[in-house]
Every structure is written in structure tokens, then in C-alpha cells.
Ligand binder design. Sequence first.
Ligand SMILES: C[S@@+](CC[C@H](N)C(=O)[O-])C[C@H]1O[C@@H](n2cnc3c(N)ncnc32)[C@H](O)[C@@H]1O
Length: 435
Amino acid sequence: MQNNATKLSSRALAAQIILQVLDQGKSLSTVLPEVHSHINIKDQSLIQEMTFGICRVLPRLESIVKLLVEKPLKGKTRLVHCLLLVGLYQLLYMRVPSHAAVDEVVNATKVLKLDSFRGLVNGVLRRFLREQADILAKVDKHWQTLHPEWLVNKLKKSYPHWREIIDANNQRPPMWIRVNSQFSSVESYAVALDGVAEYLHSSQIPPCALYLNQPQAVSSLPNFAKGWATVQDAHAQWAALLLDVSNGDKVLDACAAPGGKTTHILELAPKANVIALDIEQARLKRVAENLSRLGQDAKIICGDASQPNQWLEDDEMFDRILLDAPCSATGVIRRHPDIKWLRKESDIDELVQLQAKILTALWQRLKPNGVLLYATCSILPEENSLQIKRFLEKTQDAMLVEMDFGGEKVFEKQFFPSEKGGDGFFYAKLVKKVD
Ligand SMILES: C[S@@+](CC[C@H](N)C(=O)[O-])C[C@H]1O[C@@H](n2cnc3c(N)ncnc32)[C@H](O)[C@@H]1O
């Protein structure tokens, strides 16, 4: 009975979460932790699977609802619409016996005080079960990108392999970890993981990265609590390596939260003087937790990277600056599929302007011969190569430096998401010339 009750509320909660994402523009990474703090681990993973999954395949589910519901469910009935998305996702993508899944979703109408829609939800889901083959034949007649049209158009315009990128975005993300070389070699950590990890050799994959065949709870990673490993995408692991920090260097990690790259910098140069800056106080808590788990020390500052005069002394300058800029996050869609529905086309111009503003402001704080590494998890040229091109045109003392990705030498690097590979990332390394 207890078990049944928690299951019921999982479906109801999933519908409420989807409503918050689609109609209130809230991200899953903001909403889920709040919900998770009230429920058990089993329900947490069930809700996670349903909400991430629905965002991944939303247009397919929406086409089915459109075929089965005569009048669109708008306004106060949007929650019923979201509950139908939950029901259809379960029937199509989860290994739950169909009739039990329908019953549970129908019963969720009661929990959500939507009793008057019980018949509608029941009717729609049961009709879907009866006519599934015909309905899917209609819905899947053409290839669905499962992406918003504006983004598909942007990708089409920039990349001949846009279909491959879209396919990769629609997959589940692989789990990568970074092995802390202060404690273990990658090889021996892979052995300790006993068949779960694969060490993939390629110029795209940094030497500290390990691929896991199946996602693992961090608590099952050997010595995780002592800082032996950190969960971080393979391509994100290039940042600290490219920054090439020495002990004693003054380093600014300008958009640091949750601290994945800050801790890597300190693994490689434990005596560097690092400032970890972020505009969001709540996210800086995660930086502090990560530093503490790894036994590291950095000065944490909450501030706006585009206004360094507000949080730095007048004469404070840096040997190294990492600008992991706020961006569209179009390179990490498979990890955060809600981005597809949260991000709007008009956001891109605003982000491009913010990135340019931060880049210009921080350049003033770089010492002569100092290095600024510009990074984004975007795959849009306007945030990446075009951003850097414009910056170089207006900044006389800035010059690109060659980067070495396991033997591949380039001045700019655009990574794309790939199966058994890393996420979409961009890197450009700039040095401040002296006359
Ligand atoms: C891509 S995330 C950084 C990820 C981080 N470097 C890591 O590796 O864990 C971008 C960060 O930029 C922060 N941010 C956005 N605008 C900012 C600004 N004007 N100044 C400082 N930080 C900002 C966001 O709060 C977010 O934490």
C-alpha cells in the first residue's frame, strides 16, 4: 500500500515538474533537487527517468497527444496535458506493464485534484494502447529531430553533419570521470572499478578521463569521498590541461560553479593561488563542497565577471584566466534535454553580448604574457569561433596560441557530442602579447 502510494505521487510529481519546465521556464536541475529532498531514492530515479526522458522526446509525445485529444488542454488543464505526457512516456519507453502504468497515471488525477479528468486520461491512454501501431505509424512517418526548429536551422546552416549532431543530442549521455593523478593512475583506477570502466585512447580524450559502461552512483566509485575521482565530461577535462598552470601562479576561474574545472586546476598545480568566481551564490556552495572533498583551497568570490572592479583590487592581475563562459549549452543537450525547450532563439544574441563583455573586462586583468582560455559548452559558431574572431579584431595585444589535443594541433577546437565520446565544447587559448 505504502509502495503504491509513493508510486502514485511519483507520476503526479513528474507531471508537476514537466509543467514547471514547459510553462514556467524552470530547469530540471533547479526543480529536481527540491523535489528529491522529500522522497526516497527509488522514486528519485523514477522521476528523473520520466522527466529527463519526456524532455528528450517531447515532440513525439506531443504529436501523439494531438492525435488523441480533440481540444488542446490549455490554461488550468495544462497539468492534465503533462500527466498524459507522463503516461505516454511510460507506455513507450519504460518497462512498466502497460495496464498497471495506465492505472497509476489515472489514479494520479486524484492526487492532483483533477478527478473530473479521470475519464479523459483513462480514455486517451487506453485508446493509445489499442491503436498504438497505427498511431506510431502516423507520428513516425517522417524523421523527427526532437529539437526546436530554430536550433535545427542554426545547426543546418553551420554544419554539413547536422543530422549526426542531432542524433547524438537525442541519446542518453555517457558517464565520464576524471581520475586525480595525485592519488592514482588512470590505469589502476580502471582496474579498481572492475570491468565498469574503459580507457579509450584517442586524441579527443584527455589522458585523465575514464569512460564508464554504465552510470554509477558516485558512492560506488573507489575513494570518491577522498577525492580520487570526479564526475566530469571528457571534453570538459581539457580545460585545466590547456590552461597549463604552475604552482604559485595567480589564477582566476571566472565562471567557476560548480567547480569541476577549479578542482582540476588545483589537482595539477596544488600551490596555485586560485580565485573561483561565480555570479550565483547558491551555486558557489557546490564549489566549496567540491574543494573540501578534494582537500583543496581557493578563494571563493560571488561577483559579476563583467565587472571585475567590483570584486578585485585595482592592481590585481592574473597569470592565467579561465573563462568558461555562460552560453547556450547547446553542446550538452543530451545531458540537459530541457535546454531544448528552455532556450529561446533570442537568448543567443544576449549571451553573445554578455560573453564579449566578460571577455573584454577580464582581458584588462591578464598580466603581459598571461594566458586566457575561452571555453563554452556551446556548438554555435556565434558564441565560439565568431566571438573569438571579433575579439581578436578589436584587441591588438591578443593572439591565439596553438593547442595540442593528444597530437592534434589547432588554434581553435570545436568538439561535438558523440557516442562513447565527450560533449560539445569549444576552446580558444589567447596570450597577451608584449611589445
Ligand atoms: C558553464 S557554467 C560553469 C561550469 C564550471 N566552470 C565547471 O567546470 O564546473 C557557467 C557559470 O557561469 C556563471 N555565470 C553566468 N554569468 C556570470 C557572470 N556575469 N559572472 C560570473 N559568473 C557568471 C553561472 O552561474 C554558471 O555557474
